[in-house]
Design a protein around this ligand. Sequence first.
Ligand code: GAP
Length: 461
Amino acid sequence: MSENNISIDQIVSLSKRRGFVYPGSEIYGGFGNSYTYGPLGIELKNNIKNIWWKTFVHNRADMVGIDGDIILHPKTWHASGHVGGFTDPLVECEETRQRFRADHLIEDQLGEDVDGWTVEKINKFLVGKELLSPATKKPTLSEVKTFNLMFSTQMAKTSEGEDSKAYLRPETAQAIFLEFKNVVDTNRVKIPFGIAQIGKAFRNEITPGNFIFRRLEFEQMEIEYFVHPSEWEQLFDNWIADMHQWCELIGLDNAKIHELDVPEESRAHYSTKTIDFEYDFPFGCKELYGCAYRADFDLGNHQRESGKKLEYRDPQTNEVYLPHVIEPTFGVDRTILAVLCEAYNEETLEDGSTRTVLKFKPNIAPIKVAILPLMKKDGLPEKAKAIQEKLQIFGNVEYDEGGAIGKRYRRQDEAGTPVCITVDYDSLEDETVTVRDRDTMEQERIKITDLFSYLGEKYFQ
Ligand code: GAP
């Protein structure tokens, strides 16, 4: 249970019931950690990605975007250090053949934080100690081994073997580094500037879980921000502030966001400094986003491995240098989980009944407005549909004519719709409608001709 007493089970249950997130491949009994975003989920996801792009690309003069491939040249992953260093320590249960994260088991059972330790050091530490398999509750575990988290595949155009091996990207960042020179050469960008990208990433996580928190296939919204090496510290701080503003923009309570200065032994292999943004999820305070100072790790490695110059010439001073990189990174799926947890409320009303309501900020709400004709006859549906058409400029506007009006309000509360508009018989006479606010449940009578400016000012600035 979280501070506001929400359990992840409530979020999972609502997500399935209302079509935010379904368990994937369910008719075949489900498949590992696969999920499908349903009709409400995809609206929420698209809203988040669109606001992110507007905030960090369109609204800034120092940012551009790209869209790179998931399968990049395999040399990319050798140069980036992912083939050699993107690993987790695992143990295998010798009875059930199930695999587990060794570091997690050791922390849970032996109280030792082995983050950043080599496999040899962990195995030495385990000598004379008993680590139990979660499957058998007995010491049936193998030695600790390293496991590379990248999914690999074979390319058809080359012969079988190591040469034909390609990888699904484990981070979107690398396409940005590969295209750095192209972007500089074909755009009017001047350092400091950033390149943004949104897309899928894949990791063969040993222990996926906590619903959509840790997945094998997920989406990232990433920025690689190129700076002069002397300027990184101040610009890094600016990005931390911008990331907090983003959290506020999508309705996350900054009191539930905690910065963690990640210690060296826990940082990714490419990072000189990382601040994680941790969020109070119902299952604990866990990483939501991160901001890493990657220095010239990536451009330096790609320059060396490719033999192509990736340096930048300052147009004013003519100084030639390899830019350093600040990387603010945002997981889309974790954002969705965080805003669902933040918005979820179960309320007891004055009459003793209860309602489940998602108090999304209107900018991310999957349905912006619901139009509800009181009856399915007498010209009310036609009137309601005409209003729906006019308001669609605000985004997804739903028309719902089924069931008692109270039930329809509850359905919209659960979907997180900020405002409902009811069209009744008076509407036909005096051209007014009832506008009901999701959070206060207060109702106001508004002229149809004033609706657009009323909603625009109150909900959708
Ligand atoms: N390019 C830097 C990078 O990939 P990361 O901290 O490994 O850094 C960035 O990942 C973000 O991607 C995380 O902060 C998190 O939001 C999300 N993420 C990472 N692994 C994930 C997983 N297995 N499932 C869902 N989201 C994940």
